[in-house]
Design a protein around this ligand. Structure first.
Ligand code: AP5
Ligand code: MG
Length: 220
């Protein structure tokens, strides 16, 4: 098993949690702390939209409504962007339902050691978190106007790029995304529990505390 820079035993990690639970925030921190690669299917899909291709336009319609993009398309996009033979990943936003988990299991996870981390969070707080989220225009850095503001209004501290709001971060779309999470994604909790792979973090805590909890799982 590969060792991280601070001696942590590293595994592939699957993040499961509702919109706004902090998956992207934690993946970015853990990427920096250890030798993971963060792969977010949401980011891959947004990159496809940014190309302005016909496929990107179709994806955009689905994402703007908070629905899930087709399993085959997402699995194909993911496979084209990972290399499990030499890297270890945090999978953020994939799998998103049990059928994706099954594709994932056979083709990817059975070949590696992994852990699923559930971001357990009070969903009543999430709309507020999300409508106050701002991201650098390349999507790489995440802020919050209330809990994690940039030093200079509207500008990314790290890259200097302007901060923007995601198109699907309106209250109405967030509520759709939350319903999709409950009906499609939440069943993954039982799926990974039954495989004895599930750990849960209290994602209502502040960002540092959540990082500590996840790091403790990686260490064991
Ligand atoms: P995706 O991009 O994956 O979005 P999501 O799952 O809805 O999650 P978010 O990115 O909104 O939230 P997050 O948990 O990453 O929170 P963050 O760290 O930013 O997917 C978008 C869309 O793509 C889907 O709706 C679907 O259409 C499509 N898609 C993606 N994957 C797919 C798949 N596999 N199959 C089919 N379709 C797919 O934090 C949120 C805010 O809270 C930030 O402002 C942050 O600063 C703040 N914050 C973070 N942690 C804390 C904390 N502990 N305390 C206080 N504030 C915090
Ligand atoms: Mg995210």
């Amino acid at each position: 098993m590969a060792q991280g820079p601070r001696g942590f035993k590293l595994k592939n990690v699957v993040f499961i949690g509702p919109p706004g639970a902090g998956k992207g925030t934690q993946a970015a921190i853990l990427d920096d702390m250890f030798s993971f690669c963060h792969v977010s299917t949401g980011d891959l899909l947004r990159a496809e939209i940014a190309k302005g291709s016909e496929l990107g336009n179709k994806i955009k319609t689905v994402m703007d409504n908070g629905q899930l993009v087709s399993d085959d398309l997402v699995a194909e996009l993911l496979k084209a962007n990972i290399d499990l033979s030499s890297k270890q990943y945090i999978f953020d936003g994939f799998p998103r339902n049990v059928s994706q988990a099954e594709i994932f299991q056979e083709e990817i996870m059975d070949k590696s050691e992994y852990l699923a981390v559930l971001f357990d969070v009070d969903t009543d707080k999430l709309v507020d978190r999300i409508v106050n989220r701002r991201v650098s225009s390349d999507g790489a850095h995440i802020y919050n106007l209330k809990t994690n503001p940039p030093k200079v209004d509207g500008v990314c501290d790290v890259s200097g790029l302007p901060l923007v709001q995601r198109k699907d971060d309106t209250e109405e779309v967030v509520r759709n995304r939350m319903n999709v999470y409950l009906s499609e994604t939440k069943p993954l909790v039982e799926y990974y529990k039954s495989k004895n792979k599930l750990k849960s973090v209290d994602a209502d805590l502040n960002i540092d505390e959540v990082t500590k909890q996840i790091a403790s799982f990686l260490n064991n």
